[in-house]
Structures are given as C-alpha cells and as structure tokens.
Design a protein. Structure first.
Ligand SMILES: Cc1cc2nc3c(=O)[nH]c(=O)nc-3n(C[C@H](O)[C@H](O)[C@H](O)COP(=O)(O)OP(=O)(O)OC[C@H]3O[C@@H](n4cnc5c(N)ncnc54)[C@H](O)[C@@H]3O)c2cc1C
Length: 379
C-alpha cells in the first residue's frame, strides 16, 4: 500500500448509497477497517429517491440471484437496525390480457406468486371499486422506506465501527490509494459505487458499458378518500412490461400492443404506473423514464399531469381528491447490461446496478462482490 497517506483502512468505499452500504456491511462483517466516502453532506442519490420496492419475485437470471440474497439481507437489517419493512406486493390486472399474463406468471412461480380475485385485490390495494379484474400477490417482495432505511443502516454501520466521510469528493483512484478533496486514503481494497457518476471517475469503463443516465419524475401525494390502505407496493400492467420475470408469459405481447396503441402518450413517457404507501399514509406515485448522457433538470409538468390523472383514475378519486406533497427527479445509471462489475486496476472494484433495481439487488450484489474478493472460489 502507498505510504504518506492521511488515513489508512482495509476497505475504502466511494459512494454511500445502498450499493456502497452493502459493501460496507459485507466488509465490517469480515472484521475489516472500513471507510465510506461520499461527496454529499448526506445521502441524496437514487437510494433515497426511489419507491422502496424490492421487487424480488419478478426478477430472472443474475438479478434473481442477487435479489434473493438482498431479501435475506433486508430482513436481517430490519432486525438489527429497526428499519421499517414489510413483506409482499401486488400486481393489479385491469384487463383480460393482463390477468392472463399474471396467471401464466403465477403458474411458473407457484411458491412465490398467489393469485387473488378482484374483491381481494380491491380490499388490499386501495384501487377504486370495479377497476380490478383480478391480480396476484408477490410473496417474496419487500417494501422499505428509503429515507428511513438509508439513515438507519448508516447509523448501524457507524455503531459497528464503519467510518463515514461526507462532503468529500473522490478525485482519482489508483491501486491502493485514492485522492479526495480532504486528503489521501490508503486502502488494500477500493470499491467504487457511484451510480451514474461513474463516467466522471472511469469514463472509459462507462463508455464501454454504454452507461447513460435515466431520469424519472416522482411524486408523493396524500389521498384523503383512499378506499383502503395499500398493503404493499402496487404494480400495474405497465410494470409487467418492465420486469424480466414476466417476460416468459405468452399473453404479455398482447398487453404491450394494447397499452402502446391505446396510450401512445403514456408509452412515450416510458411509464411504470406503480404506487407505494409510506407508514404516514402518503403514497409515492411514479414514474416516467427519459435517458441521455445528461438529464435536463427541467421536469415537464405534462408528465406530472399524466401521473396524477392516472392515480386519480386508479384509486377512484375525483381529480381534486389527490394532493401533491412533494415532487422530485430521480436519476440512475442505465445500460444494456443489468450490472457492471469490473476491476479496472488491481485492488479497485467498480460496482453498479445499471437498471432501476438497485434496492432489489444492491445488497446481494455487494455481498457477492465482497465474497469473491475475500473468499475467491478455488483459492
Ligand atoms: C425515482 C427512482 C425510483 C426507483 N425505484 C426503485 C425501486 O422501487 N426498486 C428498486 O429496486 N430500485 C429502484 N430504483 C433504483 C435504485 O434506487 C438504484 O438502483 C440504487 O439506489 C442505486 O444505488 P447506488 O448506491 O448505486 O447509487 P446512489 O444511491 O445514487 O449513491 C451513489 C453515491 O455516490 C456518491 N458519489 C458519486 N460520485 C462521487 C465521488 N466522485 N466522490 C464521492 N462520492 C461520490 C453520490 O454522492 C451518491 O451518494 C429507483 C431509482 C430512482 C431514481
């Protein structure tokens, strides 16, 4: 390791989002001296701007493996940190093709997916009367409150000896050392978990993986006339077009063709119509998606109009029955591959979730990366 450092640790982690925290957890569990560095004064990235929906049940391939491990880690963290968590999520069908696709999905995953009838869907998701034709409950899904979760995990890691250095930007990274705006840090292992800002630290790697930014419009609303509390995250036919676990359902093509042809404006917004309710009763409403190397900070009111119109329709409310509490823009790394795990130089590990499923897979991915560093197979 390089000499003349201001600070020396075993593991230095750049980025205090969920992916960085996952690595810190895995490192402190192994008895390492761990430092997490973030340029923000506190976490303000994707990890607190999301729905808090860990959509474990609807993944496939590597994402499913990471999601299942992530689920175990969320349950453990809930126990150890007291963070708010509940299990299960719902997909509401509002058309025959959606119900058919859900039944095909449930038939493939009988242990994880439970079909429920329209009355039960209506009673458990807050959807307006007569709107649902049926649905499923995703048994392995988990919901957390992102703002509460990040704060609790950070406090917990601190209590176990992990050091956090906020308001500190990492400028350059080499084997065994990194230069920050507050001095030099020496570390045998360096993990870079900076989400879409990877293009600033490792531009060639970001270009190789075709990493771009995805911007999203989000709202938190209060709905005084909500018919029933949402017993978990609530997904719709639009969500079924996004998650890889649904892909094997023959009826899905019909869902896509119908939604895209009947609702071209919503298709152009790349909509995922979904809702999560927080413990205070407010509901997170989302979301739209737009991609580019830069994301304009100027959010289109037309997109919010559509999200609010859809929410009113879904929950059977008059247009003025929904009050906006907050609006925000989310940004995350987006690339053709779901994950980016690379070691551009010895001892430096770049780790990113390059689709919008970091809350679902990030902890498990981090756990796997640290296991491969410290307990390599065949070593
Ligand atoms: C609106 C929205 C909704 C979403 N919904 C869901 C969902 O329901 N379920 C789900 O699974 N996923 C969801 N996601 C995706 C998920 O939130 C992300 O995949 C995940 O949070 C990424 O975590 P991260 O730790 O990589 O990034 P972040 O949380 O963004 O953390 C990266 C950190 O790196 C720091 N950083 C960057 N550069 C430097 C530097 N040079 N020096 C020091 N620090 C630096 C930043 O300050 C930041 O704190 C959503 C995302 C958004 C935006």
């Amino acid at each position: 390791m390089a000499k003349n450092m201001d600070q020396i640790v075993d593991v230095a982690i750049v980025g205090a989002g969920i992916v960085g925290l996952g690595h810190a957890l895995a490192a402190i569990d192994r008895g390492m001296r761990v430092l997490v560095i973030d340029r923000g004064a506190e976490q303000t990235g994707s990890s607190i701007r999301n729905f808090g929906h860990c959509c474990i049940t609807v993944q496939s391939g590597a994402a499913q493996v990471h999601a299942e491990r992530t689920r175990e880690l969320w349950l453990r963290l809930a126990e150890e940190t007291g963070l708010w968590l509940r299990e299960g999520a719902f997909v509401v069908a509002r058309a025959d093709d959606e119900l058919a696709a859900l039944r095909e999905f449930a038939a493939r995953r009988p242990a994880q997916v439970e079909e429920i009838d329209a009355d039960e869907v209506t009673a458990r998701t807050g959807v307006g009367a007569g709107i649902a034709t049926g649905g499923v409950r995703l048994l392995d899904d988990v919901q957390v409150n992102p703002r509460d979760a990040l704060a609790k995990i950070t406090a917990y890691l601190r209590s176990r000896g992990v050091e956090f250095q906020f308001q500190t930007a990492v400028r350059t990274i080499r084997t065994g050392r990194l230069h920050t705006t507050r001095g030099r840090v020496g570390a045998d292992t360096i993990v870079v978990a900076v989400n879409h800002d990877l293009d600033q630290l490792f531009p060639d790697l970001a270009a190789q993986y075709e990493v771009r930014r995805c911007g999203l419009d989000m709202l938190r609303v209060s709905i005084p006339g909500l018919r029933a509390p949402l017993e978990g995250p609530v997904l719709t036919g639009w969500s079924m077009l996004r998650y890889s676990g649904f892909a094997g359902s023959p009826s899905l093509a019909g869902v896509r063709d119908r939604l895209w042809s009947v609702h071209p404006t919503l298709a152009a917004l790349d909509l995922n119509q979904m809702y999560t309710q927080l413990p205070d009763g407010t509901v997170i409403v989302g979301d739209t998606h737009y991609r580019g190397d830069a994301i304009a900070p100027f959010q289109q009111e037309a997109a919010f109009d559509e999200l609010l119109r859809l929410a009113a329709e879904f929950f059977g409310q008059a247009p003025d029955g929904i009050r906006v509490v907050e609006r925000w823009q989310g940004v995350y790394a987006s690339a053709p591959a779901e994950f980016l795990v690379e070691s551009p130089v010895e001892g430096v590990h770049v780790v990113g979730v390059t689709t919008g499923i970091g809350m679902t897979t990030g902890l498990g991915l981090a756990d796997r990366v640290m296991a491969e560093i410290y307990e390599p197979v065949g070593a």
